[in-house]
Design a protein around this ligand. Sequence first.
Ligand SMILES: Cc1cc2nc3c(=O)[nH]c(=O)nc-3n(C[C@H](O)[C@H](O)[C@H](O)COP(=O)(O)OP(=O)(O)OC[C@H]3O[C@@H](n4cnc5c(N)ncnc54)[C@H](O)[C@@H]3O)c2cc1C
Ligand code: SF4
Length: 443
Amino acid sequence: MNTEETHCMKNFCFCEVTMSKHIIDDAKRCLQCKNPHCRQGCPIQSPIRDAIALLLDNKLEDAGRLLFANNPLSLVCSHICHQENQCEGHCVLGQKGMPVFISAIEKYISDFYLNIYRPVPSTGESGKVAIIGSGPAGITIAFFLAQKNYSVTIFEGHDQIGGVLRYGIPEFRLPKTVIDRLAETLRKSGVKIRPNTTIGANLSVDDLFRDGFHAIFMGTGVWRPNRLNIRGESLGHVHYAIDYLKNPEVYRLGKTLIVIGAGNVAVDVARTAVRHGCRDVQLFCHLDESGVTARQSEIEYAKIDGITLTLRQTPVEITDEGVVFADSDLYTDEEGRVHARPIPGTEHLEPADSVIVAISQGPRSVIVSSTTGIDVKASGLVAVDNCGHTTREGIFAGGDVVTGAKTVVEAVLVSRRVADSIDAYVREKTRGGIAEKNSTSLS
Ligand SMILES: Cc1cc2nc3c(=O)[nH]c(=O)nc-3n(C[C@H](O)[C@H](O)[C@H](O)COP(=O)(O)OP(=O)(O)OC[C@H]3O[C@@H](n4cnc5c(N)ncnc54)[C@H](O)[C@@H]3O)c2cc1C
Ligand code: SF4
């Protein structure tokens, strides 16, 4: 072993030891509450108290199994959930001091477990299910259905799985290796992955039914950037956030960047741009603090990165030189929502080399427009019942394409329920022979 390797090994061991010591010390602070508020604060009721007890009892694998069974994206969630409003925000110790550092404990346990977990491959005997989209919603459904012995195929428009986890959330918040490990675990579970395949562009859902899939899940997310609808939006130095985050390396933004928006996506864009060489990055929000929907911690990180945030500025035009803003006049509509309108005469140019628009996303209509019978709402989001059934028999949907832009944990929550619905549907229909009817009636 050369000196460099020895040095690396020493560093690794040192980090491991300090990290686990910190984790153990923190886990020991947990009061093992009878009625754990941390669990109630988690949208998917993560059994963190029991996982902590197992950890302290030297049963790390059992702790990991418990968390994974409840949420196969537990490692992802430990990195990027908004814990301050959820588990950690509800921990009783937080009422008078520091809550248990649940995210770090969950990360430690889940990271270990994903390394050692050896899934039993699905036998495929329960039926055949197609999953369109491999974001958190699709991945969760795939894990649950593979465990129930379904033959699962994921169709993904991109070249790799993960959805926003891979093509949206920056590496410094969620390492891509986490998603690579999930992809490998899915394959070991017997899930087939068909990359670079956009359903609706060439193959259609009717083709899938024809080829014997008993049910289809649409977890296609929201990938159509919302527009500002102002002059200058089509200029060459203007980009949309979700496009930029897909592969920031290919953009040449210059030194000065204006990001329009103040949500988590806008902050991810701004922080990514700083890491790709932009020197002067400014966020602009048309509302006051009420319009800043990014996590407080992310705003603080952005400030540390040297990014500024300016409130109450409404963009009225984009020019080659930058963005023309006007001061905002705020007003409240009948439903209590705050809006902004530009105050005439206050227009001024904020110079910038590039502009990125980050004002949320809506769904693309590629599947819906190529398929009959799937109803959408006015927003373009897919209409479903409580169990995730769309209006077309055999097709289910969940995640952002149903709820609009939300969070990973919410996509997991819904997907667990929809996996059960798909299971119940396929059981009933294969017994009743309706799956055959579905495939023949469409051919
Ligand atoms: C920049 C950014 C940062 C975020 N940060 C956080 C965060 O910190 N914490 C958090 O909890 N949430 C965060 N979110 C939200 C979270 O990532 C989403 O709520 C979540 O990814 C939704 O999962 P999904 O599976 O519904 O959709 P997606 O993750 O959007 O996945 C949909 C997948 O479907 C594929 N697809 C679409 N159409 C087709 C088709 N026709 N055929 C085949 N494949 C198709 C897409 O390529 C994509 O892979 C963030 C979102 C963004 C954009
Ligand atoms: S609320 Fe806090 S102290 Fe109580 S069980 Fe949960 S993590 Fe432990």
